[in-house]
Design a protein around this ligand. Structure first.
Ligand code: ATP
Ligand code: MG
Length: 446
């Protein structure tokens, strides 16, 4: 078995070997190379102690990533390459952090502490593939299997529960039976894992190709991290536009959109407000009028708790608030929305509405798609034409109004807004002379 190591990886391994130490590429990079996928980054494991690693790479810049855990990053071609001393993790009394980390001189110990067989393989050119836990065979069958006793491994670090789902979703693998049983049995331990670690795994899980299967099969695990989703489980929509309960509709819509974290997160929460928004009218029909607003408010809380950055939270919540707007293929209406939301959000809303429709029943689907397609065509036409929909594109600016003798910033703002609205409505051409004539005729100098 040969893996094509990049030059920097060869250099690191050989430099440590020439100094009398063992060194291997390990973990995700070996897994991905065997799958024929370019690894995100290369990690190394070595018998050298952290001080010794620093000494061997004394003529290169190094960064101490976590010396107590034995990790030194060597910078080669501006990229950090993490080198970690062989390690045995001590007991885990709190299911989060090893109580102690001890260094070891055996690769075998280091592979034993890793989470899954597919992540517990090491490689160098001298020894070839070191695969003590059947990682290659598990990859061949497409299986996620714990290294060692699943229950014990999840007790040691409950994040591994979510990592198992993440790898299964990303790689389209199934989860080996005992590993799967332990996941379901011990899922509640995830509640004590730090929000940042959960967030990072959840984002990767959501972008996995088989996310739909995992979200359905392991919904009770997802519910530990996001209990607010439980209200959508088996929640009947009583509506001919839907042939799935709210959760299943959500999951189908997640799968229907491209694997971009912002879009996938938006789909995951777009209908979370439905159970709370449900009303029944006199005719016995069900409605969900405020569900976008309620859903956006719930989502804000959830994403704050998961420590997502504010700009990401704001974007997801805006998209959720507008996800159900009935857009028309109407130039004026679309320009008004473009003014409010900007072109990127409008293009995202098209993708969101498409994914949403495709996860609904086939009732009126063709009509819905036809209309949405016409909306998108008109949206693209506006964007390509360069027609004005924003203050930035308006034929006059604040400076022009100052020049005319207007002084109040607030009034200038109102004048520009008003002129823009006239242009969008098609009442005024976007030309300087006409715009100036309009504002001077409409506004007195304050
Ligand atoms: P990715 O390609 O997404 O980075 P990865 O497998 O490299 O996947 P990392 O989180 O970068 O994942 O971890 C690197 C390696 O460290 C893993 O392959 C695994 O061997 C080990 N590892 C990471 N987290 C854990 C954990 N919580 N418990 C045990 N081993 C872990
Ligand atoms: Mg990695």
């Amino acid at each position: 078995m040969r893996i094509n190591l990049p030059d920097n990886a060869k250099y690191i391994i050989e430099k440590l070997q020439n100094a009398g130490y063992e060194c291997y590429a390990v973990g995700g990079c070996v897994r991905d190379s065997l799958r024929g996928v370019e690894p995100n980054d290369w990690d190394f494991t070595t018998s050298a102690l952290p001080d010794e690693i620093e000494r061997v790479f004394a003529d290169h810049p190094t960064v101490t990533v976590g010396k107590q855990y034995g990790t030194i990053a060597v910078i080669l071609d501006d990229a950090p390459h993490e080198i970690t001393t062989y390690r045995v993790d001590g007991g885990y009394s709190d299911t989060r952090h090893p109580d102690e980390v001890s260094f070891s001189s055996s690769l075998c110990d280091d592979l034993a502490r890793r989470d899954f067989s597919i992540n517990a393989m090491a490689y160098n050119e001298r020894d070839g593939l070191v695969d003590l836990y059947g990682g290659r065979s598990d990859m061949g069958f497409g299986v996620i299997r714990c290294v060692g006793e699943p229950e014990q491994r999840f007790c040691e670090d409950a994040l591994r529960i979510l990592r198992a789902l993440r790898f299964a979703a990303m790689l389209g693998y199934s989860i080996e039976q005992r590993t799967a049983e332990a996941i379901l049995k011990q899922r509640r331990l995830l509640a004590d894992i730090s929000a940042e670690r959960v967030r990072d795994e959840l984002l990767k899980l959501l972008c996995g190709e088989k996310v739909d299967f995992i979200l359905r099969r392991y919904r009770s695990v997802i519910a530990v991290v996001i209990p607010e989703l439980m209200g959508t489980f088996d929640f009947d929509q009583h509506n001919k536009h839907h042939n799935r309960d709210v959760y299943r509709h959500i999951v189908a819509s997640v799968r229907n959109i491209e694997p971009d974290p912002l879009l996938r997160m938006t789909m995951l929460f777009h209908d979370i407000g439905k159970p709370l928004a449900q009303t029944v009218d006199k005719k016995g029909e069900y409605h969900y009028r405020n569900h976008p607003q309620i859903g956006a408010a719930m989502t804000r809380e959830i994403l704050r708790r998961l420590c997502l950055p504010n700009h990401f939270i704001d974007e997801v919540c805006t998209l959720i608030r507008y996800h159900d707007v009935r857009f028309e293929p109407d130039t004026v209406q679309l320009k008004q929305f473009l003014k409010q939301l900007g072109p990127e959000h409008m293009k995202r809303l098209y993708k969101i509405q498409r994914a949403d429709i495709m996860a609904q029943s086939s009732y009126m689907r063709d009509e819905k798609l036809r209309k949405l397609g016409a909306v998108y065509t008109e949206l693209l036409r506006i964007l390509e034409s360069g027609e004005c929909y924003s203050l930035r594109m308006l034929g006059i600016s604040g400076a022009d109004l100052l020049h005319l003798g207007y002084r109040s910033g607030k009034q200038i703002g109102e004048m520009l807004e008003s002129a823009l609205d006239q242009v969008i409505a098609g009442e005024l051409p976007n030309e300087k002379a006409a715009l100036l004539a309009y504002v001077t005729a409409t506004f007195d100098k304050a």
